[in-house]
Design a protein around this ligand. Structure first.
Ligand code: CAA
Length: 260
C-alpha cells in the first residue's frame, strides 16, 4: 500500500491509523479520504485484527475538517463527489467489522468531528476541541454531521452546534456524551490501546456481533431490532467461543477464546 497522507502501524493485533498532514492540521483532502478507504478495506480482511485506533499526527489537531483549499473552487458535481467519498469512508468505518476507536488528540472540526462520530468509541485528550463550523464557510456538514451529531447528543444540542459553528472543549464534549472519556495528551494512545487489549480477551465473535446488532438495530424500530438481537444471540451458540466461555465460567477459569 502506497500511503502519502496516513501512517499505519500494527502492534499486538491492533492497527493505529494516523492522519498525517500536520501542515494543514490533518485536513481531509480527496487523496487522504481515498487512502483511508484503502486502509480500512484492507484491514477488514485481517482476520486476526482486534480493532483500529484512528488519530491525527502532532499534538494540535485530530482532523481540522475537510480540506478547505481543495474545496474552494468546487462546482456542484465536485461537491457531490467529495460528499459521496466522505460518506463512503465514514460508512466503511462505521460498518468496519471490528471496533474502531477515535483517539481525538486536538481539533476535531467539521469532517474531523464527523469522522470521530463514525467511530465506535471516542476518547479525547484534554486539549481537544469539537465543532461543526461549516456555517462559517457558507456550507452545511457534508460527511454525516447533520445526522450522526443529533443521534449522539440530541437534536437541540446538535442544532445549537450546527447553527452557531461554536467549538466546545473536551469537558463539554464529555458532558453532552460526544466523547466517552477525557485523558491527558500523553495518556491518549495508551488509554485507547488498553481498551483494545481488554477487548482482545473477550469472545471475538461476540464483539463483532455486538457491533453489528447495535449499528443495525439503531436503524430499526425496537421490536425488529430486538428480533435481530435474538437471531444474533442464537448464532453465538454455533460457536466455539460460547462453549469455551460458558465452560470456563463453570470451571472457574479464564476463557481462552480461539475463534478470531
Ligand atoms: N482545510 C485546509 N487547511 C486547513 C484547515 C482545513 N480544514 N484547517 C486548518 N488548515 C490550515 C490553515 O489554513 C493553516 O495553513 P497555513 O499555515 O498554510 O496558513 C494551517 O492549517 C494552520 O491553521 P491555522 O493557522 O488556522 O491554526 P490556528 O491555530 O490559528 O487555528 C483552527 C486552528 C481553529 C483549527 C483553524 O485552522 C480553523 O478554523 N480551521 C478550519 C476548521 C473548519 O472550518 N473545518 C471545517 C471544514 S469544512 C468541512 O469539514 C465540511 C464537511 O463537513 C465535510
Amino acid at each position: 500500500m502506497d500511503l502519502n497522507n496516513l501512517t499505519l502501524e500494527l502492534t499486538d493485533r491492533v492497527a493505529v491509523v494516523t492522519v498525517n498532514r500536520p501542515k494543514s492540521l490533518n485536513a481531509l483532502n480527496p487523496d487522504t479520504l481515498a487512502e483511508l478507504l484503502e486502509v480500512f478495506t484492507a484491514l477488514g480482511d485481517h482476520e486476526d485484527l482486534v480493532g483500529v485506533v484512528i488519530t491525527g499526527s502532532g499534538e494540535k489537531a485530530f482532523i481540522a475538517g475537510a480540506d478547505i483549499s481543495a474545496m474552494k473552487d468546487y462546482g456542484v458535481l465536485e461537491g457531490r463527489q467529495m460528499g459521496k467519498l466522505g460518506h463512503l469512508v465514514l460508512d466503511t468505518i462505521a460498518a468496519f467489522p471490528k471496533p474502531v476507536i477515535a483517539a481525538v488528540n486536538g481539533f476535531a472540526l467539521g469532517g474531523g468531528c464527523e469522522l470521530a462520530m463514525a467511530c465506535d468509541i471516542r476518547i479525547c485528550s484534554d486539549n481537544a476541541k469539537f465543532g461543526q463550523p461549516e456555517v462559517n464557510l457558507g456550507v452545511i456538514p457534508g460527511f454525516g454531521g447533520t445526522q450522526r451529531l443529533p443521534r449522539l447528543v440530541g437534536t437541540g444540542r446538535a442544532l445549537e452546534l450546527l447553527f452557531t459553528g461554536d467549538m466546545i472543549d473536551a469537558a463539554e464534549a464529555f458532558r453532552i456524551g460526544l466523547v466517552n472519556r477525557v485523558v491527558k495528551q500523553q495518556e491518549l494512545l495508551p488509554e485507547c490501546l488498553a481498551i483494545m487489549k481488554k477487548i482482545s480477551t473477550k469472545g471475538p465473535l461476540a464483539i463483532q456481533l455486538c457491533k453489528d446488532v447495535v449499528r443495525t438495530g439503531m436503524e430499526l424500530d425496537l421490536a425488529r431490532a430486538c428480533r435481530y438481537e435474538a437471531d444474533l444471540f442464537s448464532i453465538c451458540f454455533a460457536s466455539e467461543d460460547q462453549k469455551e466461555g460458558m465452560t470456563a465460567f463453570l470451571e472457574k477459569r479464564k476463557a481462552d477464546f480461539k475463534n478470531r
